[in-house]
Write a protein that binds this ligand. Structure first.
Ligand code: AMP
Length: 469
């Protein structure tokens, strides 16, 4: 891996090397170094890597390579056709030569204009935010690909623009499964030309109940295709799905959920009650080191309530959750990117796909419902090599989830206190450790190279839990 020097050495087309250089990427990340050569050879892949590891480019670049190969084949076919046909080639040969056989159900307009040919690359993503993020990655990395046509098909936005996009020729379609199914049902989405299917965050899509949709979509695609899957885990139903959709896949596993998150310092503050938790949050938000913070709540109502409360205190803050119309969500995300917002109060689903490198803090005000969401949450910070701080505020009734998170990540979240705001009651007993007695397992304290600096008074970097008064 260390022999690979830059993206050019991976065999990427110069068009793409220039684009990643323009994006400031100098070296492939670990997941890119492993996934790119295999994907470029046409292999199916199962990729598990932590959020923020560069997994998007690991499939976007091979996908664009396929589009470029199409372009080259189209030029060659056109030249052959021109050489063969004496006076002038029939106008439609151009399109057929370029794209091969395609479904002409929507072929309403006569004449030489390009017909809907459907995308060559189809990416399925669990949420609108992630889909739009991926679309942006295609546009960024494909900036030097001549005439690249990328469309996104996501729920919560009007159909008209999507129908227009689907009616024209397309290279890449990025979609959430539900809305794509709508367009398939009405016959507008033509998928007969797809040569590469990407399932991004497949575990998440299954969690959201998209399994039947994914199977239905996959069945509508040519069997002769390449398939790439990313997922935090390939256990259980995700693994079963991979078995049916992938052909002798290569596993790429660079950063599992047990990874140390070396760029992210984690802290755990125990709160006596809700008022104490609010006081802790208010104190943390006054820290000058905060460039931008995402505060997570468990419910949409909590997100609205907390955003209102923080707004009244004078913070530049907004809520982001799945109950908001897409237009408003986009404006909030734009405000975050343009740094008009310092604090975002978000729920889990809405926050996936947020990729803003200036997020310096993630604060868990309400704990996630699932332990893997903790990993996704803290991954909103520490992006692109920057340092981040992930603070969890837990009431005693959250102790069970705290333990489950620690077991899932096999890391202990170092407890911390703030002077003057110490909890009155002792830290909850380490139930998980008691429950796990007799079961083999890694100690939570084993974090090679994590480099977490405990905060507050006293040292909390040691694995042994201590009660504090
Ligand atoms: P991802 O894991 O795909 O969400 O990417 C996380 C962040 O890393 C994004 O901001 C990417 O633009 C950035 N990134 C991806 N690959 C590289 C690279 N090779 N060098 C520097 N930054 C990268």
């Amino acid at each position: 891996m260390d022999k690979i020097n830059g993206f050019g050495a991976l065999g990427l087309d110069d068009t793409l090397v220039r684009a990643v250089q323009a994006a400031g990427y100098e070296q492939p990340t670990a997941v890119q170094a492993q996934a790119l050569p295999a994907a470029l050879q046409g292999r199916d892949l199962m990729v598990s890597s932590a959020t923020g590891s560069g997994k998007t480019a690991a499939y976007v670049l091979p996908a664009l390579t396929m589009v470029l190969a199409d372009r080259a084949a189209a030029v060659a076919a056109r030249q052959t056709a021109q050489a063969a046909a004496e006076p002038a080639p029939p106008p439609r040969n151009d399109v057929k030569g370029a794209f091969g056989r395609h479904d002409r159900r929507n072929d309403r307009r006569p004449g030489p204009r390009p017909q809907p040919t459907g995308p060559r690359v189809l990416v399925l993503a669990p949420t609108r935010e992630l889909a739009l993020q991926v679309t942006k990655a295609f546009i960024d990395h494909g900036r030097f690909v001549p005439g690249l046509r990328v469309a996104s098909i996501v729920g919560g936005v009007p159909y008209a623009a999507q129908l227009r996009a689907l009616a024209g020729p397309l290279d890449v379609l990025v979609a959430t499964p539900g809305r794509l199914m709508d367009h398939m049902a009405s016959g507008r989405a033509v998928l007969a030309r797809v040569g590469l299917l990407v399932l991004d965050e497949a575990d998440r899509m299954l969690d959201m109940g998209f399994i039947d949709d994914i199977r239905h979509i996959a069945e509508a695609l040519p069997a002769e295709r390449q398939t790439l899957m990313t997922s935090a885990t390939f256990a259980g139903s995700v693994g079963a799905l991979a078995q049916t959709l992938l052909r002798s896949p290569q596993r790429v596993e660079v950063a599992s959920h047990t990874e140390a998150h070396a760029d992210i310092e984690q802290r755990l503050h125990w709160a006596d009650d809700f008022a104490h938790k609010n006081a802790l949050l208010d104190h943390i938000l006054t820290e000058r080191s905060i460039e931008q913070a995402v505060v997570f709540t468990s419910t949409q109502r909590d997100a609205d309530w907390l955003a209102d409360r923080l707004g009244e205190m004078g913070h530049s803050v907004a809520a982001l959750h799945g109950g908001m119309p897409q237009g408003r969500r986009n404006r909030v995300l734009q405000g975050l990117r343009e740094r008009r917002l310092r604090v975002l109060v978000a729920t889990d689903v809405a926050a996936r796909g947020i990729d803003v490198p200036t997020i310096s803090h993630v604060i868990n005000f309400g704990l996630p419902m699932k332990e893997e969401d903790y990993v996704h949450r803290i991954g909103r910070t520490g992006r692109a090599g920057r340092a981040g701080l992930a603070v969890t505020l837990a009431e005693r009734r959250d102790a069970g989830m705290v333990h489950r998170i620690q077991r899932f990540t096999t890391q202990r979240i170092p407890p911390a206190t703030i002077a003057g705001l110490e909890p009155r009651r002792p830290e909850p007993p380490p139930r998980a450790e008691r429950a796990a007695a007799g079961r083999p397992g890694k100690p939570f304290g084993a974090r090679p190279g994590a480099g977490a600096k405990p905060a507050g008074r006293g040292g909390f970097g040691r694995p042994a839990m201590r009660a504090r008064g």
